[in-house]
Every structure is written in C-alpha cells, then in structure tokens.
Write a protein that binds this ligand. Sequence first.
Ligand SMILES: NC(=O)c1ccc[n+]([C@@H]2O[C@H](COP(=O)([O-])OP(=O)(O)OC[C@H]3O[C@@H](n4cnc5c(N)ncnc54)[C@H](O)[C@@H]3O)[C@@H](O)[C@H]2O)c1
Length: 287
Amino acid sequence: MREFKDKVAVITGAASGIGLGIAGRCVREGMRVVLADVEEGALNKAQKELAALGGNVLPVLTDVSKAGDVTRLAEKTLECFGAVHLLCNNAGVSGAEGSIWEVSLADWEWAVGVNLWGVIHGLRTFVPIMLDQKTEGHIVNTASTAGILPYHPGVTYHVTKHAVVALSENLYRTLAQQEAKIKTSVLCPGFVKTRILSSARNLPEESRAGSTAGQLNVEAEEAAWAFLEKEFKVLTPDQVADSVFSAVREEKFYILTHPEFNDAVKKWMEGIIQEKNPETARLSFRK
Ligand SMILES: NC(=O)c1ccc[n+]([C@@H]2O[C@H](COP(=O)([O-])OP(=O)(O)OC[C@H]3O[C@@H](n4cnc5c(N)ncnc54)[C@H](O)[C@@H]3O)[C@@H](O)[C@H]2O)c1
C-alpha cells in the first residue's frame, strides 16, 4: 500500500505507546483513524490530541480479548468510515513473571487473552471484510523480539509473542497463496519507551488477586526507563511508526527495529539445526 490519504486505519492499543505513535503517523498521512483501546481515559485523551492535529478519529472502547467487542469495533468502523485499509493488531500487555507453574491462571488468561486472542479476534473479524472490499490493504501484527528469541523472563509474554509471529507467518502465506491484495507484516521491536512496564493498570479487577504482574507507580516506571535507556537502545514510538510505514510501503513482512538482537536469533536457529540443547546463560543485548 503506497497511498494513505483518506484511507481508513484501525489500531488496537491506540491510546498509548506504539499504537498512539502509529495513530499519529496515520493522521499526518491524512488517513481516517479508528482508535481502539480498553483504557477509557487514555483513549479520550488520545482522541482529543489527534483531533487537535486535524485528525478524523473515532475512539471505540474495546477489550480485544473479547470477540464481541472486536465485532462491535468492526461495525462502528464500517458505520463511520465504510471501509478498512490498514489494520494494526497492536494491543498487548507485559504479563506476569515467574515460572510456568507459578504464574496464576488469571495471569495466563489475561496475557493469552490480550496478546494472542486479541490478534486472533482482529484477524477473524477484519480479514473477511478487507478481502470483500477487493481493495489494497495491509495488516500489521505487533509481536516483539520476545517472539523470535529463545528466552524471555516473562513466560506469558514469551509464549504469546511467539504465537503472534507464527500466526502472522501463517497469515502471510495464506494471503499470498490466494493472491490477495491484502499484505501483512509482523512488528518485532526491542525496547520502546511506552507504558508497557505498567501494563497491569489494565489487569481486569477479578484477576488481581494472586497476580505476579509488575505494578509500577509513575516514579518507578521512570526509574526503570532511565536504567533501560542507559544500558540498551530504546526507541520512541514515533521511530517505530516510521519503520511500520516504510514496511507497509515496501510490503516488507518482518519489521525488526533493533538489529542488536539479530546475532542471538541466528545463534538460536543454528543451535536448533545442530540439535544443541537450549542455552541457559543470560542473553545480553547491551549497547
Ligand atoms: N514497549 C516495548 O518495549 C515493546 C517491545 C516489543 C513489543 N511491544 C508490544 O507493543 C505493543 C504496544 O505496547 P506498548 O509498548 O505501546 O505499551 P503501552 O502500554 O504504552 O500501550 C498498550 C496499549 O494497549 C492497551 N490495551 C491493554 N489491554 C488491552 C485490551 N484488553 N484491549 C484493548 N487495548 C488494550 C493499553 O490500554 C495501551 O493503551 C504490545 O503488543 C507490546 O507487547 C512493546
């Protein structure tokens, strides 16, 4: 997709971070934008900010883990703008830390619900609509470097992000085999300064008891980013949005924003074909 003006973008997790960065870029490209998010206050604030830039934006309160919410999101989009050309399945949460068996069932359900079911619901709902339109379109699923590496301390995050990469690769092949006009990308960033470290702000009330998801206050969040920025390459959401738009223009599938992770990916893949047991040493991507 090379022309964006007046086209319609639907972005989940659009009220903050990477989603908000992509939404801002969509507005600057002259697109009409549907902002979907579960956090009502942040969603309304994002709508106001983008409208002040001249954006034609529609906020839709959506919990992507619920199929009915995503169906309603599609209905509202079609009612208001009549089509969908760019779909960004971006909403995601950091999940909980701990071993597979120690993470609470509610924490597993939360991460799988948002990070995996959210993308599945987005694809099951929007792909048929986009195919029926018979126009050009593009789908970007947000995974993470955690989806292409052998280890991440947050097991629910690691597992769900691998699943998003697999889902996206499957989607890419299926659409290509059908010679569809819809193209696909999977976004795999390293560190990006967003509110991901305080994802637990959106943990459903009923899941809070026994949750091991980190609960950072604003000061702790800032301190954590200060440390990360000293040790690692940390991008801004706007920089990631630039990479997303280049990939959509160039029909590039893998969007890898942090090349310093590539050696670890290569080593892991080589280890598999040499039938080596997985490494247990800590992975390091310091600058
Ligand atoms: N920030 C990073 O370093 C980083 C790195 C790799 C991948 N990612 C991925 O980027 C995506 C965006 O995260 P971010 O870093 O911008 O974090 P963020 O917390 O700033 O933004 C995530 C947005 O998703 C929304 N959200 C959470 N649960 C939702 C639900 N059930 N339904 C709808 N919306 C929901 C939040 O309200 C928030 O607005 C996520 O998929 C995340 O895993 C982030």
